[in-house]
Design a binder for this molecule. Structure first.
Ligand code: HEM
Length: 405
């Protein structure tokens, strides 16, 4: 692999538009779709920027998601520090073990299960908006709505008391902060693991009607799932379940505020299919998982004319793939009526495709219209230049979003 003049990942976003991925992606997609990048620890990996190549790799078993394999490109020192081979969550394992564990969770996230949760999700949304309205403007949309909404939903689903949200939100935040040190990440993960381990003990004694209780009864007691794996997967669900949707809620609202005509459609449309399409387009346009999908080759594989050797890491920039003009014409434009937008890879692709996508869709489809209807005059109170965008986190978004109405 070439070693000279290799750019450092992440590449700079400085393009003037906070919703656009690094401008260099466009040139790379055209000229060097498989290009070397240097990671935080000096490791050189391959950056893939084309949609078709990314889908091919994500569906190819010769690329491993096992984070303990030599060459797997970790996102940060903190992420690397958490690589314990004896208790990996299924997102970090390969089939057949990945599939064996994932299957135990899928039944809880089907379209039908999520449809049954919708009235409760709507109630949570309405209650948060009531509170925000009663407190009056101004408000920080992130802390008043975007973060507590998915956090309450996933806590209820798992059976995690939301009164403990201070603990799990703080720890989850440490885990997604790129600058967290190995010690900080280990401590945060340890705190979460102790907390969930204790909670599982409570569920063993007094089962309730929630996901953790049912997994304890049906999978842990039967010996099918080790208790330590339930703890790790619960951490995965708890953090993936609120960080991502929270960022989509706040950043998506900001993107709509920049496109008032499209915002009016999301607010006023009584066609759920049109709102659903708008959500897909926001997912594509914003692709908040900007640190890329990470894999390591287990054999030599040729992609777009470049041979990736066994043991070399790849970073699949799905934010670049979702702006690939050969798949999405005029890709840098937000168009909530864009046809065939569900082909986007904001939820990944292949066997690791997001387990919570039905839930995330339901939350966003309910949240944007409810928020915009409640506050038809919603506006930000500071210019974009003063907002703190999450370039320092594994998942993109805004740290705060000061609004009034
Ligand atoms: C996997 C994005 C919401 C749970 C993934 C992956 C992406 C993603 C890109 C693929 C990871 C890979 O290939 O390495 C998102 C986005 C969300 C969201 C953009 C919200 C807008 C959620 C929610 C949950 C969740 C609400 C919780 C229930 C998971 C899990 C995996 C995953 C468990 C691992 C799946 C596997 O490895 O088989 N997500 N996600 N996600 N997501 Fe999400």
């Amino acid at each position: 692999m070439p070693e000279t003049a290799v750019p450092t990942f992440p590449l700079s976003r400085a393009s003037g538009c906070p919703f656009d991925p690094p401008p260099r992606y466009a040139t790379l997609r055209e000229e060097e779709p498989v290009s070397p990048i240097r990671l935080w620890n000096g490791q050189v990996a391959w950056l893939l920027t084309r949609y078709a190549d990314q889908r091919a790799v994500l569906a190819d078993p010769r690329f491993s998601a096992d984070v303990t394999r030599p060459g797997h490109p970790a996102q940060s020192a903190g992420v690397q520090a958490r690589r314990a081979p004896d208790r990996l969550p299924f997102i970090a394992q390969d089939d057949p073990e990945h599939n064996h564990q994932r299957r135990m969770f899928t039944a809880h996230f089907t379209v039908r299960r999520v449809a049954a949760m919708k009235p409760r999700i709507q109630e949570i949304i309405d209650r948060l908006l009531d509170r925000m309205e009663a407190a009056g403007p101004p408000a920080d949309l992130v802390s008043a709505f975007a973060l507590p909404m998915p956090s309450l939903v996933i806590s209820e689903l798992l059976g995690v008391p939301h009164r403990d949200h201070g603990l799990f939100q703080r720890a989850a935040r440490t885990l997604v902060t790129l600058a967290s040190t190995a010690e900080e990440s280990r401590a945060a993960a340890g705190e979460l693991a102790d907390y969930l381990d204790h909670l599982i003990t409570v569920k063993e004694r007094e089962p309730a009607d929630d996901l953790l209780s049912s997994l304890v009864a049906e999978r842990v007691r039967t010996g099918e799932l080790g208790r330590e794996y339930l703890v790790e997967n619960a951490i995965l669900l708890l953090s993936a379940g609120h960080e991502t949707t929270a960022n989509m809620t706040a950043l998506g609202t900001l993107a709509l505020l920049h496109h008032p005509e499209q915002l009016a459609v999301v607010r006023d449309s009584d066609d759920p299919a049109r709102v659903a399409n708008a959500v897909e387009e926001l997912l594509r346009y914003l692709t908040i998982t900007h640190s890329g999908r990470r894999r390591v080759a287990t054999e030599d594989v040729e992609i777009a004319g470049t041979v990736i050797r066994a043991g070399e890491g790849v970073v699949l920039a799905n934010d670049a793939g979702n702006r690939d003009g050969t798949v999405f014409p005029d890709p840098d434009r937000l168009d909530i009526d864009r046809p065939e937008v569900r082909r986007h890879i904001a939820f990944g692709h292949g066997s690791h495709q997001c387990l919570g996508q039905n839930l995330a869709r339901a939350e966003l489809q309910l949240a944007y219209p409810a928020l915009l209807r409640r506050f038809p005059g919603l506006r930000t109170t500071v210019p974009d230049g003063e907002l703190r965008f999450k370039e320092d986190m594994l998942v993109y978004g805004v740290h705060e979003l000061p609004v009034a109405w």
